[in-house]
Design a protein around this ligand. Structure first.
Ligand SMILES: Nc1ncnc2c1ncn2[C@@H]1O[C@H](COP(=O)(O)OP(=O)(O)OP(=O)(O)O)[C@@H](O)[C@H]1O
Ligand SMILES: Nc1ncnc2c1ncn2[C@@H]1O[C@H](COP(=O)(O)OP(=O)(O)OP(=O)(O)O)[C@@H](O)[C@H]1O
Ligand SMILES: [Mg+2]
Ligand SMILES: [Mg+2]
Lengths: 258, 258
């Protein structure tokens, strides 16, 4: 059975897409079969891996129940790494889905259909910076949430909202066993006091949940998407690539993958 | 009559709040009376200026038509600078508003009521990273849009979406005269090729619309919010403060303010 994980926080620009893309690439490089599902209408994960945004290519039709998710799966230039791309139509889901019966279970059902037809070890979902119906669907479909926490003040302030949303999804009965798999510090800059203050604060609040691996601020990570590839392909010997490789090992061990 | 401007782009973490807060502070320091309206449930502009998030303190009641916006206006520690704070209840607007008659005109009407009772030279609206009903309300209420463009690949990719949304709001007749006031480059790092590539690309697409002032990447800007004040109060002699002061002059001249 696949492990379904959503990378999420409503705070914008904290490294959700960068973490989803590079963690997926590193897990695939370990030999696991990985599906990256781009649930953000901005489709950054899609272009970050070099795919075109094609109208009708997203999970949208499967959410509405007209299409099979398995038909949207595309290969990437990296072995073992597959993607369900996104495109602008997905914006329509925020308006369409709330009108439908069982509107929070649509992604969960679509993924159940997929995993009956295709085997993936891990499904990673990249979500938009919001608490709307797409992110809620991801929370309901996932077994756990991976929360990127940028080492800055506004991001730390917003982290309590993730817990609040998680609690609501659990109590509503839509996904009673949802948990936080872990919190990964991103854009960590050892030279600034702000970074160490945020790390300290996060460890105080979340203790063991905080991954030991910290992702350093690195221009190489910001450059890789413009070449349409993960950090592993763009600059495999960089500190940033090493950080995501070690994070992938921590994630694999928390999931109990051999 | 006040100039109403919305700081917006759906891309997350590009400096919308940082620009709204510091531009408002610099315009106020020029002697203009400025209202900063926090339309993001994350309420970063609210805490960035040192205010508490108080339940019922946001624009939410005025959007629903139960309360007067003028009653939500609060002073800040800086002369001439006022704020309508935000808080988590505002999240409910994404669900409540679409069910109401004239749901896209709610903020416009609330602001009309305000400007009949209180005089502001400029109203700056900070918006969330989404194309949802709150951002749409801001597009309908505003005379123009100020678009922060982070000097990175994903942000550049997303800029066409702002134009697309603007066009839709114009053509729908909800706000036929809405325009882009300007595009401000943020987190500019002169040492990286990526920054100059993005600046070049932006100038090619948007020409004169791009402000000459570029906001440099500066840790001082990321530190100021944790002290609850603008860059003018936190580090008035920094390059970042100077950049926002010059931007405020460019904005004042584009608005035709004397
Ligand atoms: N560790 C890092 N060091 C430097 N730049 C980074 C790092 N992680 C991400 N970035 C860059 O910062 C920007 C924001 O990251 P990203 O787009 O992954 O965040 P996000 O949370 O997915 O944003 P959104 O909220 O819009 O979905 C991007 O331009 C990305 O390339
Ligand atoms: N020029 C800059 N240099 C360095 N850091 C900056 C700069 N501008 C903003 N920041 C920091 O980058 C982060 C993102 O900025 P900010 O929160 O203003 O973006 P935003 O677009 O409002 O995000 P959201 O999409 O979540 O509303 C914040 O931690 C902020 O302090
Ligand atoms: Mg993203
Ligand atoms: Mg913001």
């Amino acid at each position: 059975v696949s492990h379904v994980i959503v990378v999420a926080t409503q705070k914008g620009g904290v490294g959700k897409t960068t973490t989803a893309v590079n963690l997926a690439a590193c897990l695939a490089a370990q030999g696991r079969s990985v599906l990256l599902l781009d649930l953000d209408p901005q489709a950054n994960a899609t272009s970050g891996l070099g795919l075109e945004k094609v109208a009708g290519g997203s999970v949208y039709g499967a959410l509405l129940g007209h299409e099979l998710l398995v038909d949207k799966v595309r290969a990437t230039s990296q072995p073992n790494l597959f993607i369900v791309p996104s495109e602008m139509d997905l914006c329509g889901a925020e308006i369409e889905l709330p009108r439908m019966e069982g509107h929070l279970q649509r992604l969960r059902r679509a993924l159940q259909g997929l995993t009956e037809r295709a085997q993936f070890d891990v499904v990673l979902i990249d979500s938009p910076p919001s608490l709307g119906v797409l992110t809620l669907n991801a929370f309901v479909a996932a077994e756990s949430v991976l929360v990127p926490l940028q080492c800055e003040y506004y991001a730390l302030e917003g982290i309590s909202t993730v817990n609040w949303l998680l609690e609501r999804v659990r109590q509503s009965g839509e996904n009673p066993s949802l948990s936080i798999m872990g919190i990964v510090m991103t854009m960590y800059d050892a030279r600034t006091r702000l970074s160490s203050q945020v790390v300290e604060e996060a460890s105080r609040h979340f203790g063991e949940k905080v991954f030991e691996t910290r992702i350093p601020r690195s221009t190489r990570l910001a450059e890789a998407p413009s070449h349409g590839c993960s950090i592993l392909q763009y600059d495999p010997h960089s500190a940033a690539a090493a950080a995501y490789e070690v994070l992938a090992q921590e994630v694999a061990s928390r999931l109990g993958l051999s």
